[in-house]
Design a protein around this ligand. Structure first.
Ligand SMILES: [Zn+2]
Ligand SMILES: [Zn+2]
Ligand SMILES: [Zn+2]
Length: 382
């Protein structure tokens, strides 16, 4: 990160005072010669429109999630679509919209990074210019339908691959998908390397939230040269759900802001990590400074189960008892214990509808946040 501009004194209320606001999610892969200049321009533009959120800029493009009033987001889209740098690559449809506003983000963060979504591999090594084949939501839907209609999906030549993080697929995913137990996208390449055998001679159908991770994730997988074919869902789950709210994607769509999840239907596919009752509304761990997300149902919350794991709950009570001695480790044990890139068992490559906890880790419930002082796991992922 070479430049990081922040503005914390934005009028966050603008989203409220103008009634219902909106959150925009978009990305554009294109060669940008002067990311610093674009960073300065974006900062001014967003400040002017009272937008909050995150904008990542790199030589490989731009990735933004911004919230504000509907007028502000409409103007932002108009400016982006008329900008000579982006107008040949972006269209109106590339901006995914959802209910929200400036209140969904604590501040505005615009910065220059090496990648517009952190995969941890230089764009000069794996370029967005060599991605998998894009499938429209309709085409993807047909492929998933074909895959699910096969009697033995485990012997199928197709793998439906969720390339998001485990806490995202936990609360919503495509039926029959393989959902890697990884906690950040930068572990995806290691996950692929660890599981190359699994992808041999397969047709891989990849998807993520809005499509941005698939662009380079599919390029990485393709570059390994083991798959028969690599496809990706154009526009991601976001666009798929707009067309197929009751299709093969079940549950909520995780988003990286204070809303945590978008709901397109009433399915609940995850459980309270304390009692196992159906539950999919994330809350921050109650222990001060712990940034893990917790799935705890109202009944369990009522009984005081509000932390990410038992260890953290104890730590919280000890801290409360003697605040002076608090020496809090930045990463909770339940996260530190997780494997970086778990190896799938070949025989059971595909998970049924549920990527439940696997032996050896995750026994204490979900733990999500590797960056303790940021409210969300990863800035500006799609
Ligand atoms: Zn419960
Ligand atoms: Zn915790
Ligand atoms: Zn924990």
């Amino acid at each position: 990160m070479s430049v990081q501009r922040r503005n914390t004194h934005l009028q966050r209320k603008s989203g409220h005072s103008n009634g219902e606001g909106e959150v925009l999610l978009y990305y554009c892969y294109c060669d940008l010669e002067d990311p610093d200049w674009i960073c300065a321009w974006q900062t001014t533009l967003c400040q002017h429109l009272h937008l909050t959120g995150k904008v990542r800029i790199a030589t490989e493009g731009i990735n933004g999630t911004v919230g504000g009033s509907k007028l502000a987001t409409r103007l932002y889209v108009e400016v982006m679509l008329s900008c000579p740098l982006f107008k040949d690559y972006l269209c109106k449809d590339d901006f995914k919209t959802s209910k929200g506003g400036a209140c969904c983000f604590p501040e505005l963060r615009v910065g220059v990074f090496a990648e517009i979504v952190p995969m941890g591999i230089s764009p000069s090594r794996i370029s967005y210019k060599k991605p998998g084949i894009h499938l429209s939501p309709g085409e993807f839907h047909k492929e998933v339908e074909k895959f699910l209609s096969q009697e033995n999906q485990e012997e199928s030549d197709t793998i439906l691959l969720d390339c998001r993080n485990f806490y995202e697929s936990k609360i919503g995913r495509f039926q029959g998908c393989l959902a890697p137990d990884i906690r950040k996208f930068s572990y995806f390449p290691s996950y692929v390397d660890e599981n190359l055998e699994l992808f041999k001679e397969k047709r891989v159908l990849m998807y993520c939230t809005g499509g941005i991770r698939c662009e380079r994730g599919s390029a990485y997988l393709k570059a390994k040269g083991v798959c028969k074919e690599v496809f990706q869902l154009k526009g991601g789950i976001h666009k798929y759900l707009e067309e197929f709210p009751d299709g093969f994607y079940k549950g909520k769509l995780f988003v990286f802001d204070e809303r945590y999840a978008l709901s397109f239907n009433s399915d609940i596919v995850s459980e309270c990590s304390y009692c196992g009752a159906p539950w999919d509304q994330y809350k921050l761990c109650s222990t001060p400074q712990c940034r893990q997300l917790v799935l705890t149902c109202p009944a369990c919350q009522g009984q005081g189960f509000t932390a990410c794991c038992v260890t953290c709950q104890d730590k919280g009570s000890r801290q409360a008892a003697s605040p002076a001695q608090s020496s809090f480790k930045e990463e909770c044990e339940c996260t530190a214990r997780r494997l970086r890139a778990p190896r799938e068992l070949l025989q059971q490559g595909r998970l049924p509808a549920s990527p439940g906890p696997r032996p050896g880790h995750d026994e204490d419930g979900p733990c999500l946040h590797e960056r303790p002082h940021l409210p969300f796991p990863n800035p500006s992922q799609s």
